[in-house]
Design a binder for this molecule. Structure first.
Ligand SMILES: C[S@@+](CC[C@H](N)C(=O)[O-])C[C@H]1O[C@@H](n2cnc3c(N)ncnc32)[C@H](O)[C@@H]1O
Length: 344
């Protein structure tokens, strides 16, 4: 008999233990470790332990594993050592940073970590495993019935989408368009990033009425209230505002096939000839073999909604051509995310 081939088990083991790493990072964000260390501060384990109200047993293990995972840096060893942010955690995980991404991590920690525990049930039943499992409403009715959860969800969306919207605002050729409507625009982030970079653009962020005051606050803080407006409404019961470019970031993946096609049709109707409809998503590669985050995102839609799902560029092209669009192209935004652009 041939000796067994030395196959590498480490990817299996890494993934099996990955929830430990994940929970450490999410807890650090939730506790505000990177915010407490903001402004270039250096603190000993004991000082950090006091600031974050940790039990002494936890201090060395918690901060040293963050060092080993490269989310903190440390000068020296032992009890006198000083911990500080890495350049990346200072930029993305200090709440005072304008490029803070921690909102999505707070939501992963507060909601999805426990809902993913019920993945087996979702896989067997096809039913959502979030708040709506116990309440009456859909995901948005449940989240938006509580102002704290509303703000947490909108901040999470900003954390997830910020880098994609920055990349989209840089890469998409807005020169030939005058108006933009971002449908399901949440805090108004996509409009804000596009308006910042393209001074000729007039923008509208369209979302459910409870979201409007939050968007208005963010737009005012960015000093863009003259060129970024809010429009309250429902994309199912109201027509979409007309615009040269209609964007939907992480919208179609929230809905089932019939609802997706309805939203594509409504975008088509709201665009002029020559207009563009853009979706920004963790678009799955056409062969469904590579984009791990896109495929996990689709499983997350099973957990959150049940019959909602993520899709490939080829799926989007097919639906858009059926709706009457002339052509579709995919614009990679870096990482797992892409913009898919349908031209009318
Ligand atoms: C997954 S979030 C995406 C938010 C944002 N586009 C982003 O990428 O960060 C979905 C958004 O759709 C909005 N939404 C849900 N149902 C809606 C409806 N019927 N009409 C308008 N907006 C809706 C939600 O309020 C939320 O802001």
């Amino acid at each position: 008999m041939n000796p067994p081939v030395a196959l590498d088990p480490s990817p299996i083991l890494r993934t099996a233990f990955a929830f430990w790493n994940s929970k450490v990072l999410l807890t650090a964000v939730d506790f505000g470790v990177f915010t407490v260390l903001g402004g270039g501060k250096r603190m000993s384990g004991a000082q950090l332990g006091v600031a974050l109200a940790l039990h002494p047993r936890a201090i060395a293990d918690f901060f040293d594993v963050l060092v080993a995972m490269q989310f903190l840096d440390r000068e020296g060893d032992g009890p006198e050592a000083l911990y500080f942010n890495t350049p990346e955690t200072a930029l993305y995980l200090d709440e005072a940073s304008p490029r803070y991404l921690g909102g999505i991590m707070k939501m992963l920690n507060a909601r999805l970590f426990k809902y993913w525990h019920d993945l087996p049930e979702a896989l067997r039943t096809g039913k959502p495993q979030n708040e709506s499992k116990y309440g009456q409403g859909g995901i948005f009715e449940e989240l938006y019935s509580d102002p704290v959860m509303l703000e947490q969800f909108l901040n999470a969306m900003a954390g997830l989408s910020r880098l994609n919207y920055e990349a989209f605002a840089e890469k998409f050729d807005f020169a030939k368009y005058k108006t933009l409507c971002d449908v399901g625009g949440a805090t108004g982030l996509l409009c804000i990033e596009a308006a910042k970079r393209h001074a000729h653009l007039q923008c509208v962020t369209f979302d459910l009425p409870p979201v409007e005051p939050v968007a208005a606050k963010h737009i005012a803080a960015a000093g863009l209230s003259d060129r970024v407006k809010t429009a309250p409404g429902s994309f199912f019961s109201d027509p979409l505002p007309t615009a040269d470019v209609i964007t939907m970031g992480l919208i179609l993946h929230d809905w089932n096939l019939e609802q997706k096609k309805l939203l594509i049709r409504k975008a088509f109707d709201a665009l002029p000839q020559g207009g563009a409809f853009v979706v920004i998503e963790a678009l799955i590669d056409d062969a469904r073999r590579e984009n791990v985050l896109g495929l996990l995102m689709s499983l997350n839609m099973l957990i959150e909604v049940g019959d909602a799902f993520d899709y490939t560029g080829a799926d989007f092209r097919k639906w858009c051509l059926e709706a009457g669009f002339a052509s579709v192209e995919v614009l990679p935004l870096g990482g797992a995310f892409s913009a898919a652009v349908a031209h009318k």
